[in-house]
Design a protein around this ligand. Structure first.
Ligand SMILES: [Zn+2]
Length: 304
């Protein structure tokens, strides 16, 4: 991707050096907004389970932790400001930060245009760079859970060491694989702004785990499709290089539930899939990329 010299987003919050500050063990803070239940031990266990699940299966502890229900959110973005003291001592991987800021800016431009064409106003998300652990309006998260989006505070959370993991552990190398990761999370933000995510959280209430997983797959595949839509417009700007799309598609393949489960545990448990198979993820990413139309990203009904 020919990203150098292009606009970089101002919506980056660099919280890397203090790694989440007083988040862990800080006492009193593990409030998970699920159905109003915020019990201590249970919530901590839930966080741990979600972190493990996120690590195995993909990106979004937020999708499980909920948070779409804004009324139940404790403190919102106020928690994040706990972590804001880390600037000035950021690690040296600033080129990667610039890359992420540029990709984020490209998503801002693209989605602003798409929203405008529908008579809507796009609101930029923030992207929080963190290391090791972070606290969001969706609760506490470890970097091991991978990047995620928190609907409660409209922020994407990214520990950039995930990119190395993506490359070395998951076999998904290339700049555009990383761009896809950011664009996928921004896709969740689009779902949040358009009300899809709160509808999802409502529908999920009272569902069996298997049904909720199936619904989650649909939401995740739509975020992949939205990432594809973004890539479509980015390609039109003439800044994609040969192999870029292929590297994003390969990333989608490598982080498919079936591929990850095979790699991690040697067998697959389809009922537990919550992000989609490799084939599904590639299909929907490619679909969005091909047409650039949101109407081609309706994963919520029909076969996927
Ligand atoms: Zn996702």
């Amino acid at each position: 991707m020919l990203w150098r010299g292009r606009r970089q987003s101002d919506n980056i919050e660099d919280d890397r050096s203090d790694g989440g500050g007083g988040g862990i063990g800080g006492g009193g803070g593990f409030q998970i907004p699920i159905g109003g239940r915020t019990g201590g031990g249970g919530s901590i266990l839930l966080v741990i389970l979600v972190v493990i699940a996120g690590w195995y299966f993909g990106f979004d502890p937020s999708a499980i932790l909920g948070g779409g229900d804004g009324g139940l959110l404790p403190g919102g973005g106020g928690q994040i400001s706990d972590n804001s003291g880390g600037q000035g001592t950021a690690p040296a991987n600033d080129e990667m930060k610039q890359f992420v800021a540029t990709v984020l800016a490209e998503t801002e431009d693209t989605w602003t245009g798409i929203f405008k064409s529908q008579g809507l106003t796009y609101e930029d998300p923030k992207l929080v760079l963190f290391s090791d652990q972070v606290r969001s309006a969706c609760g506490f998260a470890s970097a091991a859970a991978g990047p995620f989006y928190c609907p409660g505070d409209h922020k994407v959370y990214l520990d950039m060491t995930f990119f190395q993991q993506l490359d070395q552990q998951f076999g998904a190398s290339g700049e555009f694989a990383r761009a896809y990761v950011v664009a996928h999370e921004v896709g969740h933000h689009v779902q949040n702004l358009t009300g899809i995510m709160s509808k999802f959280n409502q529908m999920r209430q009272g569902m069996s785990e298997a049904d909720a997983n199936q619904l989650s797959v649909r939401i995740e595949l739509q975020a992949d499709c939205f990432a594809g839509v973004w890539a479509h417009y980015t390609a039109q700007k003439g800044i994609l290089e040969q192999g870029d799309i292929e590297s994003a598609l390969n990333a989608a393949k490598q982080i498919g539930d079936d591929t990850l489960q095979k790699k991690m545990q040697g067998y697959v448990v389809p009922e537990s899939f919550n992000h989609g198979t490799s084939q599904q993820r590639q299909t929907w990413l490619a679909r969005g990329y091909k047409s650039g139309k949101l109407s081609d990203c309706n994963t919520l009904s029909g076969p996927i």
